[in-house]
Ligand binder design. Structure first.
Ligand code: HEC
Ligand code: HEC
Ligand code: HEC
Length: 110
């Protein structure tokens, strides 16, 4: 968690929150429980379904990685950075990795 707090701090200082696009049709915004202040200040992640659907068969994700139901999957940065969930692919090999440059690609807000 200490590591995540540092990431959040740098994310905020970098000002990446500003100027991000919002969800479009077909995107699935994640929901987040009310938590720490730092966590609340990073906009919620949005999953662009079509960007992935055109690249993968459904079974690449359903249901090995994700239940086929919006809101049914608990996703955390800890899991992603451990190479699970979105991090199965967003690891710098299959797809771009989590870094200060990429926070805002996923965290677009609703
Ligand atoms: C790269 C991974 C990935 C691929 C490939 C993928 N999905 Fe998904 N799908 C997700 C995620 C992530 C969610 C959202 C889950 C959540 O909100 O907890 C989702 C949600 C869904 C939902 C629920 C939508 C809702 O509003 O409840 C359906 C239906 C679905 N997917 C169908 C498909 C079909 C059909 C395909 C293939 C054409 C497909 N998915 C391919 C990751 C994927
Ligand atoms: C590949 C997509 C992706 C990237 C890149 C990414 N995140 Fe996340 N993150 C998510 C998803 C999905 C969730 C779960 C839904 C939510 O809470 O927004 C999440 C959750 C979070 C949370 C809520 C607490 C937690 O651990 O679940 C924080 C804070 C967070 N991310 C910060 C960051 C920061 C800071 C960066 C950049 C260093 C980053 N994220 C990069 C997808 C991503
Ligand atoms: C099966 C592998 C896989 C999984 C799982 C996966 N992604 Fe991706 N994702 C990709 C690939 C491949 C791309 C395209 C990479 C590129 O263009 O360089 C991509 C692109 C993206 C983009 C950029 C979309 C755009 O407009 O260019 C976002 C945002 C994203 N993923 C978020 C997520 C989130 C959030 C999750 C977890 C809920 C997730 N991805 C899970 C493979 C995956």
């Amino acid at each position: 968690m200490a590591r995540l707090s540092r990431l959040v701090a740098v994310f905020l200082i970098a000002g990446l929150v500003t100027g991000t696009a919002h969800a479009v049709l077909g995107d699935i915004p994640f929901k987040r429980k009310k938590g720490a202040e730092a966590e609340a200040s990073v906009p919620v992640a949005v999953f662009p379904h079509w960007v992935h659907r055109i690249r993968y068969k459904c079974y690449a994700c359903h249901s090995a990685l994700f239940e086929m139901k919006a809101g049914a999957n608990k996703v955390t940065m800890e899991a992603i950075m451990a190479g699970k969930s979105c991090g199965t692919c967003h690891n710098g090999k299959t797809a771009w990795a989590v870094s200060f440059d990429t926070c805002a690609r996923c965290h677009r807000g609703q």
